[in-house]
Unconditional design. Structure first.
Length: 255
C-alpha cells in the first residue's frame, strides 16, 4: 500500500486513520511495549541486516571529532554508540539522544553502561516535531527507523533544519519501498504473514509488529521523501537504496 495523505484532522497509525492527537500516545504504547526487545524487533523485521544498514549510515555520515550530534528517535543508543566508537570517546563532541518514549531511553542508558560509556551523552525525552533544542545548535542530525512514526513528517523535517547549523548534515535511515519486483513479492509475504506471527510467538506482541509492518507501507517512497526534504529547506537531498529498497538512506544539508 502506498502512502496516503491523511486529512487535516487525522493521521495514519498503520493502516488505520486516527485523530492526530492520538497518534503519538499510540506510538509511545508500541515502543513502550517493545523497548526491551528493540534489537530483536529490528532483527525480525530485517533478518539482522539492520546492523549492516546502520554501519552504512555512520560511514556515510563520516562523523568528525568535536561535532555536536543529535540522534532523534534513538533511545536505545544504537546509532550514537556507533558514532562514538568511530570517532573515539575522547574525541567525540556533544552527543544528544532524543526519544519520545522514556522506556526506550532507559534501555539506552543501561546499554551505555554495558558499553562502558558513563558520560558524554545527553538523554532527552522529546518530540521530533517540537525539538527542545536551540536553533542552529547541531552539526549533524540522524534518525533511524523513527521518521515513519511521527504524526507530521514535514514538521519533523522542518525541525531538523531548524536545529542544524548552516552546513549541518541530515541523515535518515528508514524502511522504504522495494524496487526489485520479485524481492517485493517475497518481502510483502514475509512482512504480513511472518512478522506479526513472530511478534506473537517470540515477543508476545502481535499488534505492535502488525503496526510496524503497516507503518512501512504508509511511509513516503524514496523520491517523495527527497521532495519533502527539499520542501523543508534541506539542500542537496538524495538517497541510497539498501537491499533493493527494503531500506533507504536519505541525506541532505542545511545550506
Amino acid at each position: 500500500m502506498k502512502e496516503q495523505a491523511p486529512s487535516g484532522d487525522t493521521a495514519s497509525f498503520g493502516f488505520r486513520e486516527v485523530a492526530r492527537a492520538e497518534k503519538a500516545p499510540l506510538v509511545q504504547g508500541v515502543f513502550r511495549s517493545v523497548a526491551g526487545r528493540y534489537d530483536l524487533m529490528n532483527d525480525l523485521m530485517s533478518g539482522g541486516i539492520h546492523r549492516l544498514w546502520k554501519r552504512e549510515m555512520v560511514a556515510w555520515l563520516d562523523p568528525k571529532p568535536g561535532m555536536a550530534h543529535l540522534d532523534v528517535a534513538g533511545g536505545t543508543g544504537d546509532i550514537a554508540f556507533r558514532i562514538l566508537k568511530q570517532v573515539g570517546l575522547d574525541k567525540a563532541g556533544p552527543m544528544t539522544i532524543c526519544d519520545l518514549t522514556p522506556e526506550m531511553l532507559e534501555v539506552g542508558r543501561n546499554r551505555a553502561i554495558d558499553h562502558g560509556i558513563t558520560g558524554g551523552i545527553r538523554w532527552v525525552c522529546g518530540d521530533a516535531q517540537r525539538l527542545p533544542f536551540p536553533d542552529r545548535s547541531m552539526a549533524a542530525y540522524t534518525i533511524a527507523f523513527g521518521l515513519r512514526n511521527v504524526t507530521d513528517i514535514d514538521l519533523a523535517l522542518a525541525e531538523a533544519r531548524r536545529v542544524l547549523k548552516p552546513g549541518g548534515r541530515f541523515l535518515c535511515l528508514e524502511f522504504s519501498h522495494v524496487v526489485v519486483p520479485l524481492l517485493s513479492q517475497i518481502y510483502d509475504r514475509f512482512s504480513f504473514s511472518v512478522l506479526p506471527w513472530l511478534g506473537e510467538k517470540v515477543a508476545d506482541d502481535r499488534d505492535s509488529y502488525q503496526y510496524l509492518v503497516e507503518s512501512i507501507r504508509r511511509f513516503p517512497d524514496q523520491e517523495s521523501l527527497v521532495a519533502r526534504m527539499a520542501a523543508a529547506g534541506l539542500g542537496e537531498s538524495r538517497y541510497r537504496n539498501l537491499t533493493g529498497g527494503i531500506a533507504a538512506l536519505h541525506s541532505a544539508w542545511r545550506l
